[in-house]
Design a protein around this ligand. Sequence first.
Ligand code: LR7
Ligand code: MN
Length: 575
Amino acid sequence: MGRMKLISPFIWGSVLSSVSWMAVVVYLWKTHIFNPLKIQEYKWKSAFPVIVAGPTNFTQILDDEIGLINSEADRKYREEGFKKYAFNTLISKRIGDFRPIPDTRHKLCKKKKFPNVLDEASIIVCFHNEDLSTLRRTVTTILRRTPDRLLKEVIIVDDNSDDRETYENIRNFVAHNYPKKFKVYRTPQHEGLIRARLYGAKIASAKVILFLDSHVEVNEGWIEPLLSRISENRSTVVTPVIDMISPDTFVYTASPLVRGGFNWGLHFKWDSLRKKLKAEEDFVKPIESPTMAGGLFAMDKKYFEDLGAYDPGMDVWGGENLEISFRIWMCGGRLEIVPCSRVGHIFRKRRPYGSNRGEDTITKNSLRMANVWMDEYIEQFFEIKPEARNISYGDISDRLRLRRELKCKDFKWYLENIYPELGLPGVSSEPKGLLNNLKPKLLRGNLDVYHIALSGTNLCLESKHEVTRRGSSLIVARCNKSKKQRWTESSKNELLLAGFYCLTAGDRYKAPKIDKCHLMGGDQSWSTKEKVGGIPLYSSAAGLCLGIEEPRDGADVVMTLCNSKAKVSWDLIRL
Ligand code: LR7
Ligand code: MN
């Protein structure tokens, strides 16, 4: 204390200011900006100021500085860019092929040691109508931030962009700068990103394939954590943390750690991990993720193929990310986010391209996915998007066969074990009464799916029409586990078909049917108390049991007196 008092404020001030000057000089040297040995490697397209805004976000380049509009031509360039690509192409062009970005990894990541020998990766970058400056920066950052020994090749696939120019330009660019590792292709017609990726994956020759969007900047040390995780387990699929690059300013910002999820509209979403990450180690350990965003991931090439690659029937954009996520988990793999791997991505507010025929490919792709992988839970999607019932989605028999051959688990297993946080619609919200378009009140833990078979026969309670046909009557038919025979019991003693419509009692003259669940008990409440020799399905509202006149395939189900024993007892068989 005494000594401190002796030093005058003036001396303290100059010590502090020289320390901060030193920090700036060291930083500039480290980022090569003033490093005479490395400065040659910078290919700034034009001189622009890098704003040093403080020690944490030191490389943030501010819109009003670098994005200054100096002429009418600049303004036009920027406007055209927003129209064509939905981001600020003027800033992007001025940034050039490479720039320093903040190293957004947790400090423990920098201390982590990864095996020196790892399998090489083939990186696949597909694009459709991409701005040349962002594409060049994607390419350049890959080359500069990936150790040569880990990079087998970069396969760039132009998915038949409207103009051929970008393709020619990027070909010249890589031929001139990095001919050895880069291959550029152009598909003869617009395939959409799913088939464009399949095209690239076929060509890939390394053990690991790694997909990236065409407007990214890979960060320091990004690839080692991904490859090392795959080397530990070939059926682990890994994604980096996707940092944010602003489409307006190109400022690069670290993303918090989040996991991938989805909603019943079948849209991908991020879920917070705030409460789950506690110890410091938690911020660097790989994190299990129910789904992936889709664009940036690495996977063993053989495993990718064995697992059925992608569904080639999907067009343009959307759906493939949930499809591959569900498939990975349900068919025996794992999906993880690796926090020590960071890649920046331009998150734009709209997609600047459509499909060829103006088709709604997102819904079509989602339907293909849901019909193959989601079992009766597809009804939850239809509840949110009823018009999707009438959209055709093509032939999915190959994908259904794939699911059988891989002996994948069902979607119920996925929901219960991988994404229990999701819940079903209506579970957390209050029942809104009769007029409300029903929300089935299935509670978690109550999601067992049953066959309801006529005792002693192989005949199952089945909806006569599609499970989505409200008011459909019921028959018994050979048990086959089809959707029309999948029943769940709710906590309110309702019996729901395919998790959606409720079994509704009739009376002596009116046959039972499936109908909207009204949540009021009554004719939708069934007593299923076990008795010797099967269970009578008794409706107290009707005072009658569910039964049939004669036990034959296709017979109508009726309401009948409960004492005609042979024809009113049922077995609930868990599927
Ligand atoms: O017809 C097309 N052909 C293509 O080659 C359409 C697109 N593409 C290319 C396109 O140039 C880009 O490189 O495919 C890539 C993805 O398209 P974007 O960038 O227009 O879409 P996005 O970033 O919004 O897309 C996210 O969701 C898609 C669903 O189909 C894909 O899975 C994208 O890869 C995915 N992007 C990411 O996961 C990055 C993080 C975004 C988030 C969340
Ligand atoms: Mn993208």
